[in-house]
Design a protein. Structure first.
Length: 338
C-alpha cells in the first residue's frame, strides 16, 4: 500500500509540472496588432536586436529600414548600393547589424550611430548571416557551395566550410556557439564544428532544397525546412534524425523557435497573385504559418497569413512574431503573443 501511495504521489507531482506546460503550448495565441506598409521594394529579411529594441528589415531596393519596436516608428533607413538585402543579423551584444546583399557584399553597421563600419566581399550573392556568441565571428551563406566564417575583429576569413556541392541558402549558430548548421540546394543540412570549421555530420533526408534551419534555445533540437514541403527534426548535438513534420502544401521557407521553448513557427513560400498583383489570402492548402510543438512533433495551430511570405523573426522575449512579405505584398505583419 505504501508503495502504491508513493507511486500515486510521484504521478501527481509529475502532472503538476507536465500538464500545465503542455496546456500552455496549446493555448498559444498570436494576435495581429500592426501592419507596416508604404515602403518601396519587397521585404526579404528580418532581424530583431537582442534587447528587443530594434527591428531591421532588408528590402529589394538596396535599403534596410530600422524600427523602434516600442512605437513601431522608423528610426533609421540605411542605403548601400549593393543590391537586394537578402539577410540581416544583429550581433548578440547588439552593437552590430550585418546586412547581406545580392551584389556579393556583407556590410557591418554600428547600431549606436547606424553608420557603416566595414564591408566584406563575399564569393557570390549572400543569402543568410549569423553571428556567434560574442560577435567576433560572422557566418556567411551565399550562392556558393562553400560557407564562410568571417573574423569580424581581424577583418579577415576565419574558416571555410567545405562540404556542400550546391548553393548554401541558410545558416545558424547553436546557442552555445560550438556548432554551425547550414542548409543547401543539395538537399542536405551540415553540422560544423564552429572552432575548427570541420564537418561533424551531413544530415540527409530532404528531397529538395533546404531553405531554413533553426536551433531551439536550449540546443536540444535543430529544425530544417525544405522545398519538399516538409520540416525535419534533428538532435541538435548529434544531428541524428528524430521525425519529419508535414502540413505545408508548399516549400517551407522560414523556421523560427520561440525562446525558451520547443515551440516553432514555420512558413511556406508561395505567391498566388490576384487582381492587380495583390496576394491572395490564405486558403486551406496554401500560404500557411504553422505553429508546432517540436517535442511531440505535433501541429498546434495555423496562424492567419497571406501569400508572398519571405521571412519571419521572433523577438528575444517571445512577445512578438513578425512576418515579412514580398512579391507584390511588400508589407510586414506584427503578431503579439497574448
Amino acid at each position: 500500500m505504501k508503495l502504491k501511495a508513493a507511486l500515486l504521489m510521484v504521478l501527481f507531482v509529475s502532472a503538476l509540472f507536465v500538464v500545465p506546460d503542455a496546456q500552455a503550448q496549446h493555448q498559444l495565441n498570436f494576435e495581429k496588432i500592426k501592419t507596416l506598409r508604404g515602403y518601396e521594394g519587397d521585404v526579404l529579411s528580418l532581424a530583431i536586436s537582442p534587447d528587443g529594441k530594434y527591428m531591421a528589415a532588408g528590402k529589394s531596393d538596396n535599403a534596410i529600414v530600422v524600427w523602434d519596436t516600442a512605437s513601431w516608428r522608423v528610426v533609421a533607413t540605411l542605403n548601400e548600393d549593393e543590391g537586394d538585402v537578402n539577410a540581416v543579423a544583429f550581433s548578440r551584444d547588439g552593437t552590430l547589424l550585418a546586412s547581406g546583399h545580392s551584389h556579393n557584399k556583407v556590410v557591418l553597421w554600428d547600431t549606436a550611430t547606424w553608420k557603416r563600419t566595414a564591408k566584406i566581399k563575399a564569393s557570390k550573392t549572400v543569402n543568410a548571416l549569423a553571428f556567434n556568441q560574442d560577435g567576433s565571428i560572422l557566418a556567411i551563406a551565399s550562392d556558393d557551395d562553400d560557407g564562410m566564417l568571417w573574423d569580424v575583429k581581424k577583418d579577415k576569413p576565419f574558416k571555410k566550410l567545405k562540404g556542400h556541392n550546391r548553393d548554401i541558402k541558410t545558416v545558424a549558430y547553436s546557442p552555445d556557439g560550438t556548432e554551425v548548421a547550414t542548409g543547401s540546394n543539395d538537399n542536405t543540412v551540415i553540422l560544423w564544428d564552429a572552432a575548427t570549421g570541420e564537418k561533424i555530420k551531413t544530415l540527409k533526408g530532404h528531397s529538395n532544397n533546404v531553405n531554413a534551419v533553426a536551433f531551439s534555445s536550449d540546443g536540444k533540437y535543430l529544425l530544417s525546412g525544405s522545398n519538399d514541403n516538409s520540416l525535419s527534426i534533428w538532435e541538435g548535438k548529434t544531428g541524428n534524425f528524430i521525425e519529419g513534420l508535414t502540413g505545408h502544401a508548399n516549400g517551407v521557407c522560414t523556421v523560427s523557435f520561440l525562446p525558451h521553448s520547443h515551440t516553432a513557427i514555420s512558413g511556406d513560400c508561395v505567391f498566388l497573385s490576384g487582381p492587380f498583383g495583390i496576394p491572395i489570402r490564405e486558403t486551406d492548402d496554401s500560404c500557411k504559418l504553422i505553429v508546432w510543438d517540436v517535442e511531440s512533433a505535433k501541429k498546434i495551430k495555423t496562424l492567419d497569413s497571406d501569400c508572398g511570405l519571405s521571412c519571419t523573426v521572433v523577438s528575444p522575449d517571445g512577445k512578438y512574431f513578425v512576418a515579412g512579405y514580398a512579391k507584390g505584398g511588400r508589407f510586414i505583419t506584427v503578431y503579439e503573443r497574448k
